[in-house]
Write a protein that binds this ligand. Structure first.
Ligand code: COA
Length: 327
């Protein structure tokens, strides 16, 4: 057991005001509220306004997490941000967030693991604490997916939304906080979910004419992958931590699709209320989905100090990850 634990000292989240409902989408593409609700559970998502961006949402979530932890930005030793829709190609979104918090020498960097991004970020942040390197670390998941969503593609534009969540980790006793985490990736599956602009496909007229500046997804394939991984990740977390499902207060999954969550929970023999779900309000916000859900669950009293929770996520890469937290 490590000498130190990385304890959750505070959580925060922030979403844009602007709502995009299913009815709004039905005026943009050939879809309807009934289809979207039945297939995904999503009723609306939040969309960043002009002037809002990944870093502004992230900084707002970070301020709330710091307030909950009763800490000032100056108490932070490190800022880590999980995102795939960063402020710019570079600098990192974390640098913009640190600057927005008034910091001018605190280290800051991003983690890119798509929808698994928050668990990758949390584990990275926690390891700096567990290694004895830092005492207080800010772990963020933030996205403005609306900026890379193709609103002419009904297969993908119904799914995604914008938002940010943050957690302040603090050094504490080793039996609490992030007690287990498993990270996985298989790059062979990159084409199932991707957004092409980059060194392989620099932005060009032909890239734009193919609408390849936007995310592309193979929904059906991702659906099967997510259901399978969801179950495996929960079973792995229980086995590795010698827990029964009765020991687990709440599962906070990546908000991928209500049907995927329901089907996995059923296969695991767990009641639907054991999973925290808010996909109806926000859609899939990739790296932001777990920290937003976690913050809501904490503030709603669904999780209290001493409770054990499991996080599971899966997404582009392909990547998948789980985490067990003793609050
Ligand atoms: N409105 C109405 N009809 C739609 C539609 C929409 N928004 N999107 C697709 N359809 C149609 C399809 O064209 C297809 O029609 P066809 O049978 O005439 O060909 C039919 O609905 C079924 O499409 P399919 O893609 O098989 O539906 P699905 O049940 O798999 O649901 C998703 C589609 C995208 C909701 C679902 O696959 C999913 O959630 N996948 C994972 C999402 C994901 O990748 N998330 C990001 C990574 S974490």
């Amino acid at each position: 057991m490590p000498q130190y634990g990385a304890i959750i000292a505070g959580t925060g989240s922030h979403v844009p005001e602007k709502r995009l409902t299913n009815d709004d989408l039905s005026r943009m593409v050939d879809t309807n509220d009934e289809w979207i609700v039945q297939r995904t559970g999503i009723k609306e998502r939040r969309i960043a306004a002009n002037g809002e961006s990944t870093a502004t949402l992230a900084a707002a979530a970070a301020r709330k997490a710091l307030a909950a932890a009763e800490m000032a930005p100056e108490d932070l030793d490190l800022v880590v941000c999980g995102t795939i829709s960063g402020e710019m190609i570079f600098p990192s979104t974390a640098c913009f967030v640190a600057a927005a918090l008034g910091l001018n020498s605190t280290p800051a960097f991003d983690v890119s693991a798509a929808c698994s991004g928050f668990i990758y970020t949390l584990e990275t942040a926690a390891n700096f604490i567990k290694a004895g390197r830092y005492e207080n670390v800010l772990a963020i998941g933030a996205e403005t997916l609306s900026r890379i969503t193709d609103y002419t593609d009904r297969g993908s534009c119904i799914l995604f939304g914008d938002g940010a969540g943050a957690v302040v980790l603090r050094r504490g006793e080793p039996t609490r906080g992030l007690v287990y985490s498993g990270l996985h990736a298989d790059g062979h599956g990159w084409e199932m979910l991707c957004c092409k602009p980059g060194s392989r496909h620099p932005i060009s007229e032909s890239l734009i004419s193919e609408r390849d500046q936007f995310m592309k997804i193979r929904g059906r394939e991702v659906y099967k992958f997510a259901v399978q991984r969801f179950e495996e990740l929960i079973e792995d977390a229980l086995r590795k931590c010698e827990l029964t499902t009765d020991d687990v207060k709440l599962i906070v999954p990546h908000q991928v699709n209500q049907r995927i969550i329901d089907s996995a929970m059923e296969k695991l023999g767990l009641g639907a209320d054991k999973a925290y779900v808010n996909i109806d309000k926000y859609g899939n916000t990739s790296a932001a989905s777990i920290p937003i859900a976690l913050d809501e669950a904490v503030r709603a009293g669904r999780i209290a100090p001493g409770d054990t929770i499991i996080l599971v996520a899966f997404g582009a890469g392909l990547t998948w990850a789980n985490a067990v937290i003793r609050m």
